[in-house]
Design a protein. Structure first.
Length: 58
């Protein structure tokens, strides 16, 4: 029986999604909030894609 190892990329992706949501409600201009949101979501998507690629290869 194999036990899956904890994957830090998944928790990092979740952290970036949380930061993206926080960026929407920050005390900044709409332009800055949207830019920060998009940057964090892009990072989360990259981390999730990399994790999905590793799971398929295992």
């Amino acid at each position: 029986m194999r036990f899956p190892a904890l994957n830090p990329s998944k928790s990092r992706a979740a952290a970036h999604r949380a930061m993206a949501r926080a960026a929407l409600f920050s005390d900044s201009s709409a332009r800055v909030r949207l830019r920060r949101y998009n940057a964090h979501m892009a990072k989360a998507r990259r981390l999730e894609a990399r994790t999905a690629g590793q799971e398929v290869a295992s």
